[in-house]
Every structure is written in C-alpha cells, then in structure tokens.
Design a protein around this ligand. Sequence first.
Ligand code: HEM
Ligand SMILES: *[C@@H]1O[C@H](CO)[C@@H](O)[C@H](O)[C@H]1NC(C)=O
Ligand SMILES: *[C@@H]1O[C@H](CO)[C@@H](O)[C@H](O)[C@H]1NC(C)=O
Length: 330
Amino acid sequence: MKLHYFFLFLVLVILNLSTTFGLSSVNSLVPSEALLSADHYHGTCPNAEAIISQTVAAWVKKDPTLAPSIIRLHFHDCAIRGCDASILLNNQGGERNAVNSKTLRGFQMIDDIKSQLEKSCPRMVSCADILTAAARDATILAGGPFWEVTFGRKDGKISLASDANSVPHGHENITTLLQFFQTRGLDILDLVALSGSHTIGRSTCYSFIDRLYNFNGTRKPDPSLSYSFLNLLRKRCQGLMNLVYLDVITPRTFDSTYYTNLVKKLGLLSTDQSLFSDSRTAPFVQAFATQPFLFTSQFAVSMVKLGNVQVLTRPNEGEIRVNCNYVNTI
Ligand code: HEM
Ligand SMILES: *[C@@H]1O[C@H](CO)[C@@H](O)[C@H](O)[C@H]1NC(C)=O
Ligand SMILES: *[C@@H]1O[C@H](CO)[C@@H](O)[C@H](O)[C@H]1NC(C)=O
C-alpha cells in the first residue's frame, strides 16, 4: 500500500516536471511579443488601462503639448533595448541623461500614473506597459487612430547614455534610418508611417538649423526647403532652443498634412524631407498624402509593431519597477 502511494507520488512529480518543461520549451519557441496579451492585467489590475487613459487625459487637458511628447518618449524607449522603460531610469550616465534625450518630456505624467497604479495594485503594472498605453491614449487625444494595446512587458535594468545617442536625430540619410528600423524589426513602410507622428509636436531649431544657413557644408540653405518656409524659419530661429511646429500647416492635429507638406517642400527636419526625395520611401509618402485613411490605419499597425520591439516577457527577464525612475532595490 505504502509503495503504491510512493509510485503515485513519483508519477505526479514526473508529470509536473514534464508540463513545466513542456511549457517553457514552448515559451522559448514563440517570439517574446507573442506572450503579450490584451487581458494581461484583467486578473491583477483590471482598472490599469482606465487609470492610464484618465490620467493622460487630465495632463493633456492642462498641457496639450504633452501629447506629442509622450508619443516621442515611447519611441525613444522602444528604439533602445526595446520597450522596457529604460528611457525612464534616472541614473547618471543613463539614456534619459544623454544629449539626445535633452528635449524629452512627459516623465512626471508617467510618475503620476505609476503612483496611482501602485495604490490600486502594487507591483503589478510595468512602466513599459504604462508608456505604451499612454502613447496610444495621447495619439487619440490629438485626433489620431485607436489601436488595441497588449500588455505584459517588463522593465529593464540597464540604461546607457551612449545607446540613446544612436537614436536618429534628424541628420541621417534614408539608408541609415532604414537600417536602424530594420534592426528593430521595422520595415520601410513602418519608417514612413511612424515618421507621420511629426504631424504634431515641436522641434528645437537646433535639430535643423544647418538647413537654414549651411547645408551639408555648402554655405547655402537646403535646396529641398521651400523659400517662403526658409524665411519663416530663419525668423523663428533666432535662438537654437526656440521651438517650431513640426507640421507648419496643422500643428496640433493628427492628420496626413505632414505628408502633403513634404510634397510642398515644407518638411521641417532633413530626415522628414528626405522621405520624399528618396525613391524608396517617396511612393509611401505619395500614398499617405493622397489617402489619409491609409495613413491612420497604417500608423496604428506600425505603432503596434513599435510597441512589440524587443519586449521582455519571459519569466527570467526584467522586473516590475516600483518607481519608474529607479531599478528595484529588493
Ligand atoms: C525616423 C526617424 C526619426 C527622427 C530622425 C526623428 C527626429 C526628431 C527630432 C529631431 C525631433 C525634435 C527634437 C527636438 O529638437 O526637440 C522629433 C520630435 C518628435 N518626434 Fe521624432 N524622429 C523620428 C521618428 C519618430 C518616431 C518613430 C516617432 C513616434 C512614433 C516620433 C515622434 C516624435 C514626436 C511626437 C515629436 C515631437 C515631440 C514634442 O513635441 O515634444 N519620431 N523627432
Ligand atoms: C548615409 O550615411 C552613412 C553614415 O553617415 C554613410 O556612411 C553613407 O555613405 C550614407 N549613404 C548615402 C547613400 O549617402
Ligand atoms: C552632402 O555632401 C556629400 C559630399 O559632398 C554628398 O555626397 C551628399 O550627397 C550630400 N548630401 C545631400 C543630402 O545633399
């Protein structure tokens, strides 16, 4: 009789081991982003998505310029080490304190969301997921499309300023941009569609001043810049840190005017205008300029892809940060 129980025990142990093994081997076969899901927090923090969207709405109502800033923050997060909230870590020598991150904004809004979530469901919702959902909510508030956000990203523990300085800053050629996107699983269509977020938001003059006076060492302005726009920008750019709208025609509306601008030589950044002058990207610019719905629907698709870049979703990866500014101490 005792021996029977022992064998039963043995069978159970083996069964248990094999399912654990089986599951983890399945997990290691599927891509990391396949482990994200829309109902990830349904059991542990059912109000997470609502708390995020309500808080984003409150902040953007007070300061509409935060909508574009939060979308950009999400891009800068996903561009380096994937969407792991590494951009939020506030350590010396980290991404957030890199030269390239100087004009990033929206950190306080993320901290506010996080502190509310820590009250409702402590240690449950990652900063990477908060940033991803907030970028979607900010897009809608600016008049852009909706897409479903999936959850389950974990927060990374590494953040290096040297990495952040490799994020494109507006002077790259299309080949370099394509390579940067491709190494992150994003293609040429994603490059053109995601650049469309420059339909809202602002840039410092610092990021395009070379186009106004001494383009590419020629001591002449960029010939692909409209003459009247050039004169306007020279007036607005008396100081390098002055801010100028990225979309000069409809600066606060999420629409396809960004692309019609490029056709009229009204692109603000050199990289924006290059999308129209390069034969690989120009057809997509033309398509989005003439078919606004094509842009908004592709933007949603490409934002989902951006939010899936190199996500940390496996049990042994990352952590749920308690404070988005710091790696957990215990
Ligand atoms: C394709 C390569 C890209 C380049 C070269 C680029 C470059 C820039 C630059 C130089 C600025 C202005 C920074 C400053 O001077 O303050 C800017 C702003 C912005 N970028 Fe990009 N960007 C790129 C892609 C993206 C992507 C993929 C997104 C989002 C999905 C994005 C969203 C934004 C937004 C919303 C702003 C305005 C931020 C604000 O108003 O605070 N960008 N970008
Ligand atoms: C693009 O830029 C890279 C890096 O600056 C450079 O090596 C390459 O020659 C450029 N390509 C073209 C087509 O201009
Ligand atoms: C910039 O100058 C280099 C060398 O003079 C040239 O090869 C390149 O095509 C120029 N780039 C642009 C965008 O005009």
